[in-house]
Design a binder for this molecule. Structure first.
Ligand SMILES: Nc1ncnc2c1ncn2[C@@H]1O[C@H](COP(=O)(O)OP(=O)(O)O)[C@@H](O)[C@H]1O
Ligand SMILES: O=C(CO)[C@@H](O)[C@H](O)COP(=O)(O)O
Length: 503
């Protein structure tokens, strides 16, 4: 059987998926890679680890399904970047999206260039983005930047390893804050103004277009036939917009990966309210834009607790954690978790906020903390949904996916907190699925209109329980009050802090 191979270089792992041309998922595999946090606020990965994980996961998925790979599509975490020297060797490790060392540079660029960033980049600047991190490097590691001959984003590094071609797509480019939505090119005037060389950046080609084909060397390493076309693909937000069906209309995609994503496909002429810290990225379909509400610590809020239990020598499985949380009533008896372990994106845009439990008493149990962690993430998701609605978007269906959606209680909590029916998709790895779908379009094997596969509309439905509605209304109001106070506190305590150096 012929199949499209999707490859997602995620934060915690590379995931791969074989999608039959009839829309059936034939096999999926993953291979993990670590994140290093060498200094406060830093988060880095080793680019060669992405390639090693890709080779391992592709080899496994090929053994799991007897399929002929006719197209490859890439996606990956946004805003990680590799500096390559004149011999195409990485100059050090790659700062990833979780790296917030450039808080001071962010404030500086945003205040001097807010107009051009909003009008041409359709963004408020965030320290997640590549742009302020490049300025940080120019100031703190100028030699490293002066030795740099090219810069590649995460999925584009793997595309280069597969094809020998350095290229990117509009969705990955736009997240860096260095893209011009009007010209479809890098925002050259902004870069020149900041003394950053636009020629270090790769050319930008359409998401659903072929970027190159698998080289003989990559074929030997991966087992994918030499000459197989590789689509440029998309950053993970745009790929998961495709994979969750958030392509047009009111279909809202929610994912609980390491991050949490709340995504809608909207008409390209419309813009969200950037003051609500919503993001706007090019969609795979050029007639649309992907609107994003970003929850920094989505699935991470639960995997963090999972790791804490494991570190005590008494690990709990995810189903044991779910069972403990299920013993506690909705609203977690007044315990609130603010899910800002990695800072806050939508709606606060405050990277210095941190996670907090409020309302604990001697009667509180691990179940209260687990349930409130899931509820806190659902409340942050609701803030994203309300920001979309305030920007005039209508929501008719909710599709939920990625690793955290394996926890049924969490799916029910999301339905109850939103007061909307939620469908947990059968194909949970939606960015990987989206990458495989985009590759099919790029290779001329499918049209955008064919992209809603049977997996999309199938899956378990969770209806909101009306009995929980008044409880969650009160708990959500409590959460908002506490989160707003925490945002003010983080801002006031840190507003004079200098840029993060090696501490
Ligand atoms: N065995 C499991 N059962 C239920 N949920 C899990 C399990 N393992 C991980 N998770 C959840 O899935 C999240 C990771 O989702 P995933 O889609 O793999 O993330 P990413 O693509 O960001 O690496 C974890 O943070 C955790 O909340
Ligand atoms: O960078 C962003 C948003 O800017 C995140 O969307 C990352 O791309 C995280 O993806 P996961 O690995 O959690 O799926």
């Amino acid at each position: 059987m012929k199949a499209s191979l999707g490859i997602d270089i995620g934060t915690s792992a590379v995931k791969v998926l074989l999608l039959g041309l009839d829309g059936e998922v034939l096999a999926e595999r993953a291979a993990p890679h670590p994140t290093a946090r060498p200094h406060s606020g830093w988060a880095e990965q080793v680019p060669e680890d992405w390639w090693r994980s890709t080779v391992a996961a592709v080899s496994e998925v090929k053994s799991a399904a007897d399929a002929e790979i006719v197209a490859v599509g890439l996606t990956g975490q946004l805003n990680g970047f590799v500096l390559l020297d004149s011999n195409d060797r990485p100059l050090g490790d790659a700062p990833i999206w979780l790296d917030t060392r450039a808080i001071a540079e962010t404030a500086e660029i945003d205040s001097a260039h807010a107009g051009i960033l909003r009008e041409r980049g359709v963004t408020r600047l965030s320290p997640i983005a590549v742009l302020p991190k490049l300025l940080w490097l120019a100031r703190h590691e100028p030699e490293r930047l002066s030795q740099t001959r090219s810069i590649l984003l995460v999925k584009d590094f793997v595309l280069w390893k597969l094809t020998g071609i350095k290229t990117t797509d509009p969705s990955d480019a736009a997240a860096t804050a260095m893209y011009d939505f009007e010209t479809g090119d890098w925002n050259r005037p902004l870069l020149v103004d900041l003394d950053l060389d636009p020629e270090l950046l790769p050319e930008i080609g359409a998401t659903a277009s072929i970027g190159g084909s698998v080289t003989n060397e990559a074929a030997t390493e991966t087992g994918i036939a030499a000459g197989t076309p590789v689509a440029r693909g998309a950053g993970d937000v745009t790929a998961l917009a495709v994979g969750t069906g958030a392509i047009e209309g009111g279909i809202l995609g929610i994912t609980l990966g390491t991050a949490g994503h709340v995504v809608l496909g909207q008409d390209a002429a419309r813009r969200p309210d950037l003051d609500s810290e919503l993001w706007c990225l090019p969609h795979a379909n050029p007639d649309r834009l992907a609107w994003l509400g970003l929850v920094m610590s989505g699935g991470l809020s639960l995997s963090w607790m999972h790791e804490m239990f494991a570190s005590t020598g008494k690990p709990l499985s995810y189903s044991e954690m779910e069972a403990l949380a299920a013993e506690v009533p909705p609203g977690a008896s007044g315990v609130t978790f603010l899910p800002f372990l990695e800072g806050a994106a939508t709606p606060y845009g405050e990277p210095r906020m941190r996670g907090t439990f409020n309302g604990l008493s001697p009667a509180s149990t691990a179940g209260h903390m687990l349930r409130s962690a899931m509820e806190g993430v659902a409340f942050n998701v609701r803030q994203c949904v309300e920001a979309f609605q305030a920007s005039g978007a209508e929501i008719t269906q909710v599709h939920l996916a990625e690793g955290g959606a394996r926890v049924d209680l969490w799916c029910q909590i999301v339905a109850d907190v939103l007061g909307l029916p939620v469908r947990k998709l059968e194909a949970l790895n939606t960015s990987t699925l989206g990458a495989a779908m985009i590759a099919m379009v790029a290779a001329g094997l499918a049209e955008y209109d064919d992209l809603l596969t049977p997996q999309m509309v199938q899956g378990k439905r969770f209806d909101p329980d009306p009995a929980t509605s008044p409880i969650y209304e009160a708990a959500y109001r409590r959460y908002c009050t506490e989160a707003e106070a925490a945002a003010r506190l983080a801002h006031d305590m840190n507003s004079t802090a200098p840029s993060a150096a090696k501490t």
